[in-house]
Design a protein around this ligand. Structure first.
Ligand SMILES: Nc1ncnc2c1ncn2[C@@H]1O[C@H](COP(=O)(O)OP(=O)(O)O)[C@@H](O)[C@H]1O
Ligand SMILES: [Mg+2]
Length: 222
């Protein structure tokens, strides 16, 4: 085995197709597995059912594999733990419904009840499980007014400061008093689209969907 080939085999992440493709719970239990074949530029495809028995085991070239991936995609198969690498199956339908929902939203929310924090009136949120707890010891300083004003005007805010300067607690306490939910997402070199959108994962032999922060926020009506 050449050095190049062994790297490809040991690091399947290097290859965009290698992995196990499964369907969400509820669909008939069935899987396809794609691995590197011993022959260069060829892929091994295996298919199995509920009992884990392999009933198809074949070697194909890249063109053939691409055709199979399309077919599996249509049938709802998603590569385990990497839902974000495939386009969502019903994207156009989803985008159409999203546009319709956006059009149905009231253009202005000025009539909504507001609460005054510091010197600024902040529109009250809908409450819910994502609202942080009020910290009775928290003090809104004059400086908070700048941030509050930007939030009231629906501007995006970036707070920069040393650890412990009070960035997180300011946002949390504004949200706590105004009954807005807070979702936190840490960004670093390992952050993936799946952290936002969600991803498929396999747990206890079952394929499960894990929501990212976006569907979490949408389910809570944000
Ligand atoms: N205005 C304030 N009133 C009371 N406690 C505060 C205030 N600002 C920050 N704190 C407290 O200081 C600590 C550090 O603040 P934090 O918001 O976590 O900082 P950062 O996010 O900038 O690292 C927290 O325990 C927080 O409750
Ligand atoms: Mg912080």
């Amino acid at each position: 085995m050449s050095a190049e080939l062994s790297i490809r085999v040991e690091d399947p992440k290097q290859d965009p197709f290698v992995g196990v493709y499964e369907r969400p719970p509820g669909a008939p239990s069935e899987w396809w597995r794609v691995s590197m074949s011993e022959r260069e530029h060829m892929y091994r495809i295996e298919h199995g059912g509920a009992q884990g028995r392999v009933n198809i085991d074949t070697v194909v070239d890249l063109d053939n594999l691409r055709a199979k991936l399309h077919k599996w995609h249509r049938e709802g198969f998603v590569r385990s733990g990497e839902g974000e690498t495939l386009a969502p199956p019903h994207r156009e339908d989803f985008m159409m419904r999203l546009r319709r929902a956006a059009q149905a939203m009231p253009a202005s929310q000025v009539d909504e009840p507001s609460i005054t924090i510091g010197d600024i009136a902040i529109a009250q949120g809908a409450g819910g499980s994502l609202v942080p707890a009020v910290n009775p010891a928290y003090l809104f300083t004059d400086r908070a007014n700048d941030v509050l004003r930007d939030i009231a005007e629906n501007k995006r805010v970036m707070l920069i400061g040393h650890t412990g300067a009070g960035k997180t607690s300011l946002i949390e306490q504004i949200a706590a008093h105004a009954a807005h939910g807070v979702l936190r997402s840490n960004m670093n070199g390992q952050t993936t689209i799946g952290d936002f959108v969600g991803f498929w994962t396999v747990k206890g032999g079952e394929t499960r969907w894990v929501d990212g922060v976006l569907p979490l926020a949408m389910r809570a009506g944000h």
